[in-house]
Ligand binder design. Sequence first.
Ligand SMILES: *[C@@H]1O[C@H](CO)[C@@H](O)[C@H](O)[C@H]1NC(C)=O
Ligand SMILES: *[C@@H]1O[C@H](CO)[C@@H](O)[C@H](O)[C@H]1NC(C)=O
Length: 790
Amino acid sequence: MTKTNSTTFHFAIIFMLILEIKIQLSDGSEFLVDRSKRGLIHVPKDLSVKTTILDLSQNNISELRTSNILSLSKLKILIISHNQIQYLDLSVFKFNEELEYLDVSNNKLKKISCYPTVNLKHLDLSFNAFDALPICKEFGNMSQLEFLGLSATQLQKSNMLPIAHLHINKVLLILGNIYGEKEDPESLRDLNTENLHIVFPTRKEFHFILDVSASTAVSLELSNIKCVLDESECSYFLNVLSKLQKNSRLSNLTLNNIETTWYSFIRMLQLVWHTSIKYFSISHVKLQGHLGVIDFDYSDTSLKALSVHQVVSDVFNFPQSHLYRIFSNMNIQNFTVSGTHMFHMVCPSQMSPFLHLDFSDNLLTDTVFNNCGTLARLETLSLQMNKLKQLINIGHMTKEMKSLQQLDISQNSLSYDENEGYCSWTTSLLILNLSSNILTDSVFSCLPPRVRVLDLHNNRITRIPEDVTSLEALQELNVAFNSLLHLPGCGTFSSLSVLIIDYNSISNPSAHFFQSCQKIRSIKAGNNPFQCTCGLREFIQSIGQVSSEVVEGWPDSYKCDYPGSYKGTLLKDFRVSPLSCNPALLIVTIGVTGLVLAATLTVLCIYFDLPWYLRMMCQWIQTRHRARNIPLDKLQRAFQFHAFISYSEHDSAWVKSELLPNLEKEDIQICLHERNFVPGKSIVENIINCIEKSYKSIFVLSPNFVQSEWCHYELYFAHHNLFHEGSNNLILILLEPIPKYSIPSNYHKLKTLMAQRTYLEWPKEKSKHGLFWANLRASICIKLMEQTKE
Ligand SMILES: *[C@@H]1O[C@H](CO)[C@@H](O)[C@H](O)[C@H]1NC(C)=O
Ligand SMILES: *[C@@H]1O[C@H](CO)[C@@H](O)[C@H](O)[C@H]1NC(C)=O
């Protein structure tokens, strides 16, 4: 076992222990203090008395004294591995009566002094500098001991005696370089443990003569075995293995970190074949040399499972067919070869007992087990992480595997094109893992007909075609991490109960899903770019109707992606008004609103004469506008009056009682032709005189006026072209409506003016009079020049 390995292993144990303690102490009274990797050279003094777990690993602490930990009466776990401690007196823990777990591995311990510490369950003294095994007679009292880690460079049988009567679950023994008489081959005879792990020195040729089978272990792990010298042919280690044949208790053997030749490697397999070992695992192997034709004796084996992990070979270029033949004809149930550069495997030459084959993480191609009829008992096969390319070939490979139920071909480069032909699979296949390949929509026409669990996650599927051959047995479908745009219906998968479809491109899932998929127990559809618009409401409602356990990850992984204003909003919180989602309702609403508006307008018009107000406003605005546009000097031409007023005799009562008072009270100068009469001139001349001296001309229009007076002006206006450039000067007040027919047909100008509606209408209602006068005054109110006013 390497350093990292052992550390990981220890951490795993610590973690499990912590978990265990957490469970035991339901009041949460455990108190973890982590001071690892702080460069400490002493045990810190500021530790809380409540501390139950103390981690001081990976510092430079060289000493551990009673005073350091005296106060920590609750301490249960102390980890002080990877420090510089050279000497340890176990009596320092005499006041830590709760201490159960002590890890002093990876220090520089040469010596320990003992003290009865009866409560320890875990004591790790491995990876230290002891010569003899650090076992003292007090250890014999540690009846709770479950794990004991030791290290030594000498092995004496007598060393083990004090603990011979204990039943220790696991013993880890780290061996330094041992030579000659310092190694007693029988040393392990009195070791009473279920699991024994012996770590031999690294980078040293294996020279041990230790009888590893002497212990009571059921499970044995041996790490760091190097035998590469050709002349010895690994005889020391092979000797050790051959002794295992005498031991009938041993059922698990694990070899770690082996450096040897191909030939010795096969010899090791051969030796183990004839022991009582059932489970044999070899990992991290470095192999040299070539392998010639070699016979392998498969007879009389107890072996059920062989695993070979992580093999690197210096020379992997010899003809490997022998090797493959040895492998493929193994008479065991489980065979694993992973993390090697194996690029082929041949078909067993006769009916094979293989039930479970795991060839993951190799370089196998589509030709593996081509037309192989001897794997008819095989139930599970993993070809994960290889170099498989065409799905159709793999389907064909399974054809003869009549018992194959589970096939893992994930993490290859598999694709399928319908033009390649018709796919056929063994009908026994129930679980198929096709994840992490480059499969597209067409994969749905190349699937085993009775598949129950199908993993297609991380492929390139955009659509599940509706016309696929129905997969009636399919219960679990994983299509996460594809590019699907829609939720599928369950028309073709009538038994579907689990659907995983998160991380796709589904923006508008259909609400019919739950109707179509009656048997669904679980759907995971989060992390899709949901488009939060009207269409989604039904889907959200339909989720609300199913039980919350059915929708995995709801509500947290279901978020709006679009429109921008809703981005990140949980679907659960997405609300949109029913109105904007229902076109009929929207039209009705707009219609009703329109009607109400129209009715209001009508009422306003009828009862409050809205148009009149609007016209007044209009004129007001126009007047203001004009006044601003006309240059001042033009305005201030020698006018003597603000306005000239012309009216019919019939309307004189209104003019005298309403118009004049209302204008003159604001200091507006008015020219009336009868009042400002210049003797000796005709009426028309007088009128024209008045018009010329006035800034504006006001005509009080009524049917009477039109009939009797208009003629006085027609000529003048026509002559002076007043209506074109000067109509600004005209103010028409419509005192009474003038019916069109009553205007004589030759009064074109009047007709034009009336049609343009450029007159002020005298309102009958008193309430409107104020606005009328204001408007009128505004249009004639200018400052007259001083000198013109005599
Ligand atoms: C063989 O492998 C299968 C599947 O990996 C496993 O369930 C079974 O426990 C293994 N059997 C033995 C004997 O190792
Ligand atoms: C399929 O294989 C992948 C690894 O490639 C694994 O993560 C996944 O759990 C497997 N699926 C099933 C259904 O076992």
